[in-house]
Design a protein around this ligand. Structure first.
Ligand SMILES: *Cc1c(COP(=O)(O)O)cnc(C)c1O
Length: 396
């Protein structure tokens, strides 16, 4: 599709290919394999399997439409879809690295990503050094001759710390490392890392791209050379492939992504400001607030503050803090007590005892995750209703 179209147009139309029936909405191709008219055609198509449809572990037309659309939204040349966000991370590492290689990563990572680097890749001789994402000197100091990858997640979960994508990209380039940014928390509607120097954007499409909490999905976007020549051979062979059904759901998710992201951000800001003014709230962490230490960077790097915020309730001792935080959760009637983010429904969690309970108390303290901390992923309900719902437990 014409690259000159703007984001909202691409989100609705990019990648669409019609069959001879001229269906208006994208067709869902639930088929594991594709037929050939002759032995010679089969031979030809198997030889060039990236250009033809042969088998859905390799390629599928609905998945291709998803890939083309997401590549257009991120401003990348090519995209490979995967079964989940985690299988996208598996695929990029398998595509780019081998035993003996080294990753430099921000230390504030999604829990399973941390587990993948520390417990799984380490068994195959791939080591990781974790750095404070804000400390540029730490990124430089962590580089070794065998460093092959930089990995960044921004804003961080749950503290909403930002990593300067462009500045870290310069260090990655100087190190000759492939630079991967997990853009799950923002989506391309809010942040486009390829334009800031990332080599590869990784997604858990499970979150904002679906946006309605239905299916799992993942993706990698980058140059044609890297995606088609390095990632595609791994995904085609190993099979962490996205299902056609999930691709079809996620195509529909992308059509409303920009609208949803705008509303998520606007409501998050309303809730963050309301919390900041509340007498039993100690601190609020949200990149759209002027009080956020990296507010200026957020304005440069993101179109808006995003859909995730965190806040601390008051409390003298850790026990009191936990009691006060849990009281907020237990008095909600609207918010869902679940860890998903980027959903139409607002979700609330106590990171110290759920998503971040398995890391050591020292690592938790270093990350700033106290017993007083709550994380809210603001949904599409009325923002005043969300504030009132949080207020029930805060006012007691
Ligand atoms: C959810 C998530 C993942 C993992 O994605 P799945 O689709 O659950 O496999 C990776 N990174 C971030 C930032 C996430 O929120």
């Amino acid at each position: 599709m014409d690259d000159s179209f703007n984001f909202d147009t691409l989100a609705v139309r990019a990648g669409t290919v019609r069959t001879d029936f001229n269906e208006h909405s994208e067709a869902l191709f639930l088929t594991s394999s594709f037929c050939f008219t002759s032995a010679a055609e089969a031979a030809e198509r198997f030889k060039h399997s990236e250009d033809y449809y042969t088998y859905s572990r390799f390629t599928n037309p609905t998945v291709t439409m998803f890939q083309e659309r997401l590549a257009a939204l991120e401003g990348g040349e090519a995209c490979i879809a995967t079964a989940s966000g985690m299988s996208a991370i598996l695929s990029v590492v398998m595509a780019a690295m081998q035993a003996g290689d080294h990753i430099v990563s921000s230390r504030a990572l999604f829990g399973s990503t941390l587990g993948m680097f520390s417990q799984i890749f380490s068994r195959f001789g791939i080591t990781t050094t974790y750095v404070d994402p804000v400390d540029l000197d730490a990124w430089k100091a962590a580089v070794r001759p065998e460093t092959k990858m930089f990995f960044v997640e921004t804003p961080s979960n749950p503290m909403t710390e930002l990593c300067d994508i462009e500045a870290v990209g310069k260090i990655a380039k100087a190190a000759g490392a492939i630079y991967v940014v997990d853009n799950t928390f923002c989506s391309p509607a809010v942040q486009q890392p390829l334009k800031l120097g990332a080599d590869v954007v990784m997604h858990s499409a499970t979150k904002l791209i679906d946006g309605q909490g239905r299916v799992l999905g993942g993706a990698l976007v980058g140059t044609r050379q890297f995606i088609i020549e390095k990632v595609f051979p791994f995904v085609r062979t190993a099979g962490p492939t996205m299902s056609a059904f999930n691709a079809w759901i996620l195509l529909k998710g992308m059509e409303t992504l920009a609208l949803r992201a705008e509303r998520h951000s606007a409501s998050s800001l309303t809730v963050a400001r309301w919390l900041e003014a509340h007498p039993t709230v100690k601190r609020v962490f949200y990149p759209g607030l002027e009080s956020h230490p990296q507010y200026e960077l957020a304005k440069r790097q993101q179109r808006s503050g995003g859909s995730v915020l965190a806040f601390e309730v008051v409390g003298e001792t850790p026990e009191q803090q936990r009691e006060n935080a849990w009281r907020v959760i237990d008095n909600t009637k609207l918010c869902s007590i679940t860890a998903n983010v980027g959903d139409t429904r607002t979700t609330i969690t106590h990171p110290a005892t759920t998503t971040h309970s398995r890391i050591t108390p020292e690592a938790r303290a270093q990350a700033g995750i106290t017993e007083a901390l709550l994380r809210v992923a603001v949904g599409l309900e009325d923002a005043d209703d969300i504030c009132a719902d949080l207020g029930r437990g805060l006012n007691r």
